[in-house]
Design a protein. Structure first.
Length: 401
């Protein structure tokens, strides 16, 4: 099957813009709109087993580094896999990191000293045998500078990373080893040599988790995810603001009586941020995409929800030229498969401008999105429809028309 031809036919036939609705006013019929983005190339990458892409970072030449999990390559049950692509989507090299057990990456960033750091979890190097936070630093050719694991006797996982001055990174995820509850938000500041400068476990008696982190224009940072310890429901949106030294400033909890979780965050120029995730509250019958903009003090600016007859959720968001946003995730409502890549363009007020689906007969989920240095957009995730294995990396390059 010709991947490029097949998925382009699918995507070209399905230009949808989702309907904005408020609580109690569910609109379920999409309307056609003029295409805003067109596909430049699409690639599936992997071996005979399961390979899934979770993170992406752009390169100066228009290419990208993609990071995730691989059972096809490496030494163990699964390994952290990093693939370097050129601007045409051609693989320059791949490197796997890990041991004999389960290891994987959930996010990747470029550091201020010109190298790269991928974060996730590792069983291979955990002293307690459970998952530990796994951090690997490598250069532009994939040569490893160092690898470190952080955590205690229970499960600890990194899900997000952002680079800071001096070559270090801030890492966010969860810990079951430290804190007050069964699972707490876990934040680490690691310097350029892999030394832990400080760490924090924050939460209540139940499960609290971080999925996203971003720097803010005032020099601080925001961590976002979900909380079962606080709020109204099964899980609520959870946002925590810190200054540049890691001092806690404030937190915000928002949601209703069903599951609400933030998966992604992007900063705004005025010091605020926009979060994206999923909601089962606010009148949603299944799960819907939820997008909220906050100002620098944590005040809500606007709240938008997008969903149709079945399940949709957002895993990634990035700002695009013109002040709008591109959201990436998955949908079960449209397309030809179980789930398909779902891309949604919003204007600066969160209103839908354009949306599209990409995929095949089985399951595709987008996990990360970035703007590339040549002005395009790269979306990465997993495909069950294309490639060699049960799941493969799925990478979609788009440009504005």
């Amino acid at each position: 099957m010709n991947l490029l031809k097949t998925s382009l036919v699918i995507s070209a036939a399905l230009f949808f813009t989702t309907s904005l609705y408020a609580k109690g006013d569910l609109q379920k019929e999409p309307k056609k709109t003029v295409p805003e983005f067109e596909s430049v190339w699409q690639k599936a990458y992997g071996g005979d087993l399961r390979d899934r892409a979770f993170g992406v970072v752009p390169l100066k030449d228009g290419g990208a580094m993609v990071a995730g999990l691989s059972r096809s390559y490496g030494k163990g049950r699964s390994d952290m896999l990093v693939v370097k692509l050129d601007k045409e989507g051609k693989t320059i090299w791949r490197s796997s990191y890990g041991g004999k057990k389960k290891d994987y990456a959930k996010a990747i960033t470029r550091t201020s000293d010109g190298n790269f750091i991928a974060v996730g979890s590792s069983e291979s190097f955990s002293e307690g045998g459970d998952l530990d936070v796994y951090v690997v630093k490598f250069d532009t050719e994939g040569k490893r500078a160092w690898q470190k694991n952080f955590g205690g006797d229970e499960k600890d996982e990194a899900k997000a990373v952002v680079a800071v001055n001096g070559g270090g990174v801030l890492v966010a995820g969860y810990t079951e080893s430290y804190g007050k509850g069964r699972r707490d938000v876990y934040i680490l500041y690691i310097d350029k040599n892999g030394k832990e400068i400080w760490s924090k476990a924050i939460g209540g008696k139940e499960d609290d988790d971080a999925y996203a982190i971003t720097l803010t224009a005032d020099g601080g940072f925001v961590v976002a995810g979900g909380t079962q310890s606080y709020g109204a429901g099964n899980s609520d949106f959870y946002m925590l603001k810190f200054d540049g030294k890691g001092k806690f400033l404030w937190d915000k909890v928002y949601g209703e009586d069903r599951e609400d979780v933030i998966h992604a965050i992007t900063p705004t120029p005025e010091g605020g941020f926009v979060v994206a995730g999923k909601t089962n509250s606010f009148g949603s019958k299944h799960s819907d995409i939820d997008i909220i903009k906050y100002d620098k003090n944590g005040g809500m600016v606007w709240h938008r929800i997008y969903g149709f007859k079945s399940k949709e959720w957002a895993n990634a968001i990035t700002r695009i030229p013109g002040g709008g946003y591109l959201v990436a995730g998955t949908t079960k409502s449209f397309g030809f498969g179980k789930f398909d890549f779902y891309l949604l363009e919003l204007d600066s007020e969160g209103h839908s401008v354009w949306a599209n689906v990409y995929g095949g007969e089985n399951k595709e989920v987008a996990h990360a999105v970035t703007r590339t240095s040549d002005g395009k957009v790269l979306v990465v995730g997993e495909t069950e429809s294309f490639g060699k294995g049960g799941y493969d990396f799925f990478m979609l390059n788009l440009q504005k028309r």
